[in-house]
Design a protein around this ligand. Structure first.
Ligand code: FAD
Length: 486
């Protein structure tokens, strides 16, 4: 049994490095002997690079394995189990909830060398190893007239393994679905080092693995569904004097039968940040900006759908601008894609929340979060996939000057607003360490026990990515009620 040590506070905490001794850990020595030094990083300077993801600093791993085959992964799992050392899977470490950061002494299995990718156009499928960069799947499929739609903004760096670990989404997911919707089957190495090839039939075990953040098994291959790309796409931008009108327009457009492929929202603070960065001529005075794409194979239908959205925006008091050319459309989407670097210029760090609420309560939720931001004194911006009610309130901060406690407190208050409005903690970034303690607010104690039972059934020793997703059972689950900060 691997003892579960105390995890760190969620998000961005810098731990005092452990497992930093100069002498090689016996497991590192064994893995180096059996796999060769090319596949095992054991020097302190190398290992230190693998203790974090995009939001969380964790503990320096005892060693890092760069497997090239499923057999390598099996060997690591079995050796780690015998040594009583946990295993943490890692893709590109672009995760925003702490998933890939080891929270106690562990072996990190970094999948960056498992990058084999094959396209089977006749089946409209791709077979990908976990280290394949997300964008590469579409690049490989395009010559056959196919694409892979899931499009996290990080798609140039994130990996298929990490996307599966978090069930990643992106702007296209309102119409086309998230990562899990494109999985036909998985190859998984379990906590005992056994290999399973899983299809999506009874009990849908791939469905259980997808979004489990490396806590139930390590994915070593995925069969992904591909689709033909739409022939035509049209874009519009609408700006509103209030967020409520923007949400109303979205609901009205969908009720009228439009299924836009992208429906993205930016608040005034977010538009201001992007304008300061790129100066694209976005409407700075607007309280809410909506960016919409409609797409399809029949141009008339695509235009009609755009007209439905346009009419709904205008009826809600919005001002609408259609992109006249492909390059104008590209410039508008450049604005949305530039949110991350634009925010990086304001403060060196940010905590990126990922709540999902019913669309009907979005105006109230955006207003409450704005008020929380103003009260807290933090620079806070909001944007997100409004069609799905998936909102990303971002708390921008400077860790040298601002208290991490205060950042966490504001993140917690935002989570509680979502829960109080019938929402959930995460749409696409996962729970990780960042929202692990908030699970007590979001999930009732009986259901939390069921989740722990599932974890125990698949990973009885707690060997896979400990300290993630499920709050520490030693503390009472019913401790923090959802209205604690109302
Ligand atoms: C600028 C920026 C923009 C982003 N935009 C989006 C966005 O639009 N949509 C979105 O959904 N996310 C977004 N993200 C978050 C992040 O990119 C995604 O969560 C992505 O899926 C993580 O992929 P990764 O390869 O970096 O995984 P990592 O961060 O390395 O790992 C993520 C999780 O998956 C687990 N894991 C990794 N590989 C495996 C495997 N083979 N088997 C089992 N578990 C595994 C890890 O243990 C961890 O828990 C963004 C991040 C950044 C920095």
């Amino acid at each position: 049994m691997i003892p579960e040590k105390e995890g760190l506070k969620p998000g961005l905490s810098r731990s005092r490095p452990r497992s930093e001794g100069k002498a090689a850990h016996p497991l590192a020595t064994e893995l180096t002997r059996r796999l060769g030094s090319r596949k095992v990083l054991s020097s302190l300077s190398e290992r230190r690079n693998y203790r974090y993801d995009a939001i969380q600093f964790g503990v320096t791993p005892v060693c890092v394995v760069l497997p090239e085959t499923t057999a390598d992964v099996v060997l690591v799992m079995q050796a780690a189990r015998r040594a009583g050392v946990p295993v943490v899977g890692r893709g590109a470490a672009s995760g925003l909830s702490g998933g890939a950061a080891p929270m106690q002494e562990a072996v990190v299995v970094s999948f960056t060398r498992m990058t084999a990718l094959a396209v089977f156009p006749e089946r409209r499928e791709a077979l990908a190893q976990p280290g394949v960069i997300t964008l590469k799947v579409s690049e490989a499929a395009r010559p056959y007239g196919l694409i892979y739609p899931p499009d996290p903004a990080s798609f140039r760096t994130s990996t298929i393994g990490g996307n599966l670990g978090e069930n990643a989404g992106g702007p296209l997911c309102f119409k086309y679905g998230v990562t899990g919707d494109y999985v036909r089957g998985l190859e998984v190495v379990d906590a005992d080092g056994e290999v399973h090839v899983l299809g999506r039939d009874a009990y849908d075990l791939p469905g259980l693995l997808i979004g489990s953040e490396g806590t139930l098994g390590l994915i070593t291959a995925a069969t992904l569904r591909l689709t033909p790309p739409p022939r035509h796409t049209r874009t519009l931008l609408a700006n509103f004097a209030e967020v409520g009108a923007c949400a109303e327009a979205v609901s009205a457009a969908i009720a009228a039968g439009a299924v836009p492929s992208k429906l993205e929202f930016m608040d005034r603070a977010c538009v201001g940040a992007v304008e300061d960065y790129l100066g694209l001529g976005l409407p700075r005075a607007a309280e809410a900006v909506l960016l919409v794409d409609t797409d399809g194979d029949d141009l008339d239908t695509v235009q009609e759908e755009l007209a439905l959205v346009e009419a709904a925006c205008q009826a809600a008091g919005g001002e609408v601008r259609r992109a006249a050319t492909d390059s104008e459309s590209a410039a508008l989407w450049q604005a949305r894609r530039s949110v991350s670097p634009a925010l990086g210029r304001i403060r060196p760090q940010r905590m990126n929340e990922d709540i999902v609420v019913p669309r009907s309560v979005l105006p109230e939720v955006v207003r409450r979060i704005r008020a929380l931001g103003d009260e807290s004194g933090f620079h806070l911006v909001q944007f997100g996939h409004i069609g799905d009610g998936n909102l990303h309130p971002n708390i921008l901060f400077d860790p040298r000057r601002e208290s991490m406690e205060a950042v966490h407190d504001l993140a917690h208050r935002i989570a509680l607003v979502a829960i109080q409005h019938g929402g959930v903690l995460s749409g696409e970034h996962g729970i990780g360490t960042m929202k692990r303690d908030f699970m007590r607010d979001a999930v009732d104690p009986v259901t939390l026990d069921v989740l722990r039972d599932v974890k125990r059934a698949l990973d009885p020793a707690g060997a896979l990515n400990p300290g993630k997703v499920l709050p520490d059972p030693e503390r009472a689950d019913a401790g923090e009620a959802a209205n604690a900060h109302s």
